[in-house]
Write a protein that binds this ligand. Structure first.
Ligand code: ZN
Ligand code: ZN
Ligand code: ZN
Length: 307
């Protein structure tokens, strides 16, 4: 029999864990190791505690994950109470493994006069409407749903209203982590798949204007002024962020991570050092006067070598 294990990271030091029907709050130390209390030690068999440790470690040090719902499978000894369905495991099972729970893909939305009804899998939720016409998701409902659902619903409702549709059924897409074994066709899913609305464009981009100071983490040069920021996302995951100081300097900074902002000059140096080049950067380099001046000299050198 598989056990369903649901882990939600509340914050750096606390996780909420549900094992089948039992819910526990577990403290985690700064190294990501769970501190099991008496009641956990009593109710959760050792092989599941070991899997919990592994999963928590992967969640902490792998790609950022805050929620994971998995099934744990194991081969128990014949005499183990769990095999007979009589109680908790007291053997040392073999082949302990976990697989992610496949998210439900069916989402039904019905709009009424003063409410919105959602049907997600077997669950039905009746939600009130906010003054702006969006569905109001109370915490009790958001806890039951994948985090993407409220956004998908918010995106759909205006469209349904515009087209005079009261009811719709959506087959949501599942997006796996790129390293997922299921995606590669070599095993089961152990990642944290997300759901997306198939009607939404995959590539999204927008501009944002602001004022501020940008500092390159490599050369520490700072510029301030009006900033025009260009955001590019794919499947809602950030792909590129480019900030351009528009007044007088026209300096460009690329954002890779909250703590990594690099000016375009330093980025070019990093690219030539790592031999990583994106097509338009190559174009840029080829047409820059510095490179054009340099190329004939190199060519002449090669020619001499042939002679
Ligand atoms: Zn057992
Ligand atoms: Zn997966
Ligand atoms: Zn720089």
């Amino acid at each position: 029999m598989s056990h369903e294990l649901d882990i939600k990271v509340e914050n750096k030091y606390v996780v909420e864990v549900r094992l089948d029907q039992s819910v526990f709050t577990i403290d985690v130390d700064e190294h990501g190791r769970p501190q099991f209390t008496e009641s956990v030690l009593e109710k959760v068999p050792p092989y599941i505690r070991e899997e919990m440790k592994t999963i928590l470690f992967e969640m902490k040090f792998g790609p950022k994950q805050v929620h994971k719902c998995v099934y744990i499978d194991a081969d128990h000894q014949e005499w183990c109470p769990e095999t007979k369905g009589l109680g908790n495991c007291n053997c040392t099972p073999a082949n302990v493994s976990y697989r992610s729970k496949k998210p439900t893909q069916q989402l039904g939305i019905s709009i009424g006069e003063e409410y919105v009804e959602l049907k997600y899998g077997e669950s039905v939720f009746k939600l009130g409407l906010k003054r702006n016409g969006y569905a109001d998701f109370p915490e009790s409902v958001t806890k039951e749903l994948p985090p993407e659902i409220p956004f998908i619903v918010a995106g759909r409702i205006p469209n349904m209203r515009k087209n005079g549709i009261n009811q719709t059924q959506i087959e949501l897409e599942i997006v796996h982590d790129f390293w997922c074994d299921e995606l590669a066709g070599v095993g089961v899913c152990r990642c944290d798949p997300v759901l997306r609305n198939p009607d939404e464009p995959k590539l999204t981009q927008w501009w944002e204007a602001g004022w501020g100071v940008l500092t390159c983490v490599v050369c520490h040069k700072s510029y301030n002024g009006d900033i025009s920021s260009y955001h590019v996302r794919y499947d809602w995951a950030p792909l590129f962020k480019r900030h351009r100081i528009t007044d007088n300097h026209n300096k460009v900074y690329w954002e890779f991570w909250r703590k990594t902002l690099i000016c375009e000059d330093c980025l070019r140096n990093i690219m030539s050092e790592t031999h990583i080049r994106f097509p338009h950067v190559i174009d840029d380099v080829e047409t820059s006067p510095r490179v054009r001046r340099r190329r004939p000299i190199r060519d002449r050198g090669k020619l001499r070598l042939v002679k």
